[in-house]
Design a protein around this ligand. Structure first.
Ligand code: NAD
Length: 248
């Protein structure tokens, strides 16, 4: 089923992990997809070439979402290459975990700048063409940690909770322009980060997940496809948790 034929998408942090799965899922549903990565441009190029194998157009862009000029630049490159921008997925994210008393100002700033300011900057740039088109889907990747909190992650949880407030507020600003703004809050997803956990720590977490398993990157990508498609046109300002029931 080509749900998203003729649509164009931009996925930040799309070269690895969850963002990679989202970029490939959007392409498999028919969208042309631009993939942004900060440092690992090779990863973004690999994803772009997989997208092209699916018969879609693709772009691999190296940019820092926390830089205002980079944010403007990636959106203008998408418009130059694809002519329009229908779907923005703000997925780029980072962590600098440590207890608050040990947290440096730099640990705080890099996480807030990437996870929260980056969402503001890229969304602001992407909103202009969406307003002109009178159509758009903005999907922000938050985290269940932004809802329930997590010791050692005050910077990360503040940024992810901030993304939820941003999502609700922007949904109210642009709802009448046929632009839907939603967030996805993944729980524990099998990625490089969770693979590095010790077995005891994994078992402890699994006890609290009713589904009895960690999530996959595809579990998150499928939710993003729903929020990017017309099936969700009357849903805006929401945060969908994809956590196997962890937060119930
Ligand atoms: P990941 O490290 O594989 O992906 C993060 C991506 O963001 C990387 O490709 C990185 O290059 C990019 N990035 C980081 N800073 C950037 C910047 N300043 N500019 C541009 N790109 C930048 O990790 P992931 O697990 O795939 O995480 C993807 C998103 O999902 C993040 O927002 C993360 O907070 C969120 N999340 C992950 C989990 C999980 O269990 N893995 C759970 C909840 C939420």
């Amino acid at each position: 089923m080509d749900h998203l034929s003729g649509k164009t998408a931009l996925v930040t942090g799309g070269g690895t992990g969850i963002g990679r799965a989202i970029a490939l899922a959007l392409a498999s549903q028919g969208a042309d997809v631009a993939v942004v990565n900060r440092s690992n441009i090779e990863a973004a190029r690999d994803v772009a070439s997989e997208i092209e194998k699916l018969g879609r157009r693709s772009l691999a862009l190296q940019a820092d979402v926390s830089s205002p000029s980079d944010a403007e630049n990636i959106v203008s490159q998408v418009l130059t290459s694809f002519g329009r921008l229908d779907i923005l997925v703000n997925n780029a994210g980072t962590t600098r975990d440590t207890l608050l008393l040990r947290m440096s100002e730099a640990d705080w700033d890099v996480v807030i700048d990437t996870n929260l300011k980056g969402v503001f900057l890229v969304t602001k740039a992407a909103l202009k063409p969406m307003v002109k088109q009178r159509q758009g889907k903005i999907i922000n990747i938050s985290s269940v940690m932004g809802l329930i909190g997590s010791a050692g992650q005050t910077n990360y949880c503040a940024s992810k909770a901030g993304v939820i407030g941003f999502t609700r507020s922007l949904a109210k600003e642009v709802g009448a322009r046929n632009i839907q703004v939603n967030a996805v809050a993944p729980g524990f997803i099998e990625t490089a980060m969770t693979h590095d956990m010790k077995d005891g720590q994994r078992d402890q977490i699994l006890k609290n997940i009713p589904a009895g398993r960690f999530g996959t990157v595809d579990d998150v990508a499928k939710t993003v496809i729903f929020l990017a498609s017309q099936s969700s046109d009357y849903i805006t300002g929401q945060t969908l948790t994809v956590d196997g029931g962890l937060t119930v």
